[in-house]
Design a protein around this ligand. Structure first.
Ligand code: ZN
Ligand code: ZN
Length: 284
């Protein structure tokens, strides 16, 4: 069975995300471990860690995973931005370790005008450096599949394979698959046969044991649009049947399904509650 949950805000403190998730019936959680659009990341206080662990134990949410800052770009041709990205990633890894989070999900990066091969090598080296600098043994970094907008790296399985291959030690690297990104990248998960081809390709290129987390988002934009627009489950181009297939696929058993669909309310209910209920119904 796949735990089903959502990305939740940490406004007011990291531990507040648990109440928000609880209110919408979530079983697993994704959060930022620091304000997402700023570089600075101070220490997590002992009190904050304690509050976090208490809330986690009380709500029995599992797993809890982190999403890295959107500012990071390990593939950047700008040396300064790239250095800052590695440093911030290392800080975020340390914060995850303090909080006891197993996975930190990040977007591989955009190579600018450098070319794909250079971008891939920069990402691999950046991951190695961040893990080394963080010097904590626990946390794994998960490369998120991208929609392939602009010069984004990581929208095809072989690109993920090459990042893993260029890393000096890929034992702490894995994959996070975003359903809407994969669809926007041109892999038709809305159809059974095409979807199956994609899964077999992913298995061949990186191995499904590397896949640790699924971002469950329907797509507001059509197949191959390379545009990253999330939609409520069943209201986009992917459709409910695609999610029903994923939630009953034994190869994906146990992976957390985490919503990053638009927030807000549908009548008197939150959209998160509606989407979580929809996914729960589909996994039976
Ligand atoms: Zn992401
Ligand atoms: Zn997205």
């Amino acid at each position: 069975m796949n735990p089903i949950g959502a990305h939740m805000s940490i406004a007011g403190g990291l531990s507040r995300a648990f109440q928000r998730l609880e209110a919408v019936g979530g079983e697993c959680l994704q959060l930022f471990v620091k304000p997402n659009v700023q570089w600075a990341a101070g220490d997590v206080s002992l009190e904050e860690v304690e509050r976090f662990q208490k809330e986690r134990a009380r709500t029995r949410v599992n797993p809890v995973v982190a999403h890295a800052s959107y500012l990071l770009n390990l593939a950047s041709p700008e040396a300064d931005l790239r250095r800052r990205s590695i440093l911030t990633l290392a800080l975020e890894i340390v914060r995850c370790a303090r909080l006891g989070l197993p996975y930190l999900i990040l977007h591989p990066g955009s190579h600018g005008s450098s070319g794909l091969g250079v971008g891939i090598r920069r990402i691999a080296a950046g991951l190695d450096q961040a893990l080394k600098r963080a010097a904590v043994p626990e946390v794994e970094l998960l490369l998120e599949t991208t929609a392939g907008a602009g010069t984004q790296v990581g929208h095809r399985p072989e690109q993920l394979r090459d990042i893993l291959g260029h890393s000096r030690d890929s034992s702490r690297l894995g994959i996070c698959l975003d359903t809407s990104h994969v669809f926007a990248a041109g892999f038709d998960l809305s159809r059974e046969a095409e979807g199956e081809q994609f899964w077999q390709d992913l298995e061949r290129q990186v191995g499904l044991e590397r896949l640790k987390v699924i971002h469950a988002n329907d797509s507001r934009t059509p197949l191959g649009s390379h545009s990253d627009r999330h939609m409520h489950i069943g209201q986009g181009y992917l459709g409910k049947a695609a999610f029903a297939r994923l939630l009953t696929d034994p190869r994906l058993a146990g992976r957390p399904f985490i919503l990053e669909t638009p927030k807000g309310t549908a009548g008197d209910q939150s959209w998160d509650a509606v989407n979580i209920r929809t996914l729960k119904a589909l996994r039976r």
